[in-house]
Write a protein that binds this ligand. Structure first.
Ligand code: DAH
Length: 352
């Protein structure tokens, strides 16, 4: 066969090959060590120069063409064989969609319920200062009530400066740092808010009654964890202030809320309690699985708190409450341990 014949038959056979195995046979036949084409290329050294110059380039080009052709055909056949393996009758793999976390679901539900009762939803900072988190809520420094909230204090610039001063022996620089320190220390110390109540103060400072708000948010406590305590958790604060807001209004709002959240048959009770920022103070329990479970603290806003925001306590009154979101979720879904909510364990999360 001459080169032209080789080319024609090779092209034809390669195109017509039906599987990878026969294609490999063709590769050996046309490009293998004993193939005619390779033999021709080998024998070139023995042919006269003028012929060599004619045949050589043509043979080389053909070799390249065949290489290319086989490679392409191989890819095609591979694809064919791959698609033959797909069994279209098999059930499709289930696509798992993302969804909201149970705490988020509950928070949204709570917000929706209060929105229907004309409450506004506002949010406050997670990093608070001592004034809003404690003092303005009638919890002065060294007051034993501060022990109710095991606080995570933040290391502020002031602490860092202090270290700097100790290390710094040059008087002039130390003096100037000390001056700045004095200024900073007069500011209230920073902490991670231990409850959402500070937002009561921030809101009242910038708004005039009547109003009703809820404040959902994350809070932090420096505590050992157990089945119902976490180092961070969520609360929803409530505050309603006006000229004639009473505990009866509170009872109606909370009853409406609990029935919408848990269902119309939920049993609940008010129990006297103490919080520095309310007077009288109370706690709300719900009846669940044969026992009373505490779900929120509440009460009528204390006069001292109105003083702190320059409201006239003789002209306004209001109620406040702080409900534990994790507690509500624990009850609603009957969870054994609230720490599951923060575990990131998909076997748990996927059940909602
Ligand atoms: N802030 C309280 C806590 O974290 C809960 C609370 C109690 C909030 C009474 C209130 C309230 O608004 O009136 O334990």
């Amino acid at each position: 066969m001459n080169l032209e014949q080789i080319k024609q038959s090779a092209f034809k056979e390669i195109e017509e090959s039906r599987d990878l195995k026969s294609l490999e046979g063709l590769r050996i036949k046309y490009l293998g060590r004993k193939s005619q084409l390779v033999e021709i290329l080998h024998s070139l050294k023995d042919v006269p120069l003028n012929q060599r110059q004619k045949i050589g380039p043509v043979a080389n080009v053909l070799k390249k063409e065949l290489d290319e052709l086989i490679k392409n055909r191989k890819a095609e056949l591979r694809e064919d064989e791959g698609s033959k393996k797909i069994d279209l009758s098999r059930p499709a793999q289930k696509i798992s969609r993302g969804h909201f976390h149970p705490l988020t679901i509950a928070e949204e539900k709570i917000c929706r319920i209060f929105l229907t009762m004309n409450f506004s939803v506002v949010e406050g900072p997670e990093i608070e200062n001592e004034f809003y988190n404690f003092d303005a809520l009638n919890i002065p420094p060294n007051h034993p009530a501060r022990d109710l909230w095991n606080t995570l204090w933040l290391k502020t610039r002031t602490d860092a400066d202090k270290t700097q001063i100790d290390a710094d022996k040059t008087r002039t620089k130390a003096d100037s740092v000390r001056e700045n320190l004095g200024r900073n220390q007069r500011q209230s110390a920073l902490l991670l808010r231990t409850h959402t109540s500070p937002m009561q103060i921030r809101y009242m400072e910038t708004h005039q009654p009547p109003f009703q708000i809820i404040v959902p948010g994350r809070v932090f406590r420096y505590e050992a964890t157990d089945a119902s305590h976490e180092i961070n958790f969520y609360q929803v604060e409530g505050l309603m202030v006006g000229s004639r807001v009473s505990l009866a209004n509170f009872k109606f709002i909370i009853e409406t809320f609990l029935k919408k959240f848990f269902g119309p048959n939920i049993k609940f009770r008010f129990r006297p309690s103490y919080f520095p920022f309310v007077e009288p103070g109370l706690e709300v329990d719900v009846w669940f699985k044969d026992k009373w479970l505490e779900v929120m603290g509440a009460g009528m806003v204390a006069r001292k708190v109105f003083d702190a925001v320059r409201y006239n306590p003789d002209q306004v009154q209001g109620f406040a409450f702080g409900l534990g979101l994790d507690r509500l979720v624990k009850i609603k879904y009957n969870l054994p341990d609230i720490r599951l909510l923060y575990s990131g364990d998909l076997r748990f999360i996927k059940q909602f």
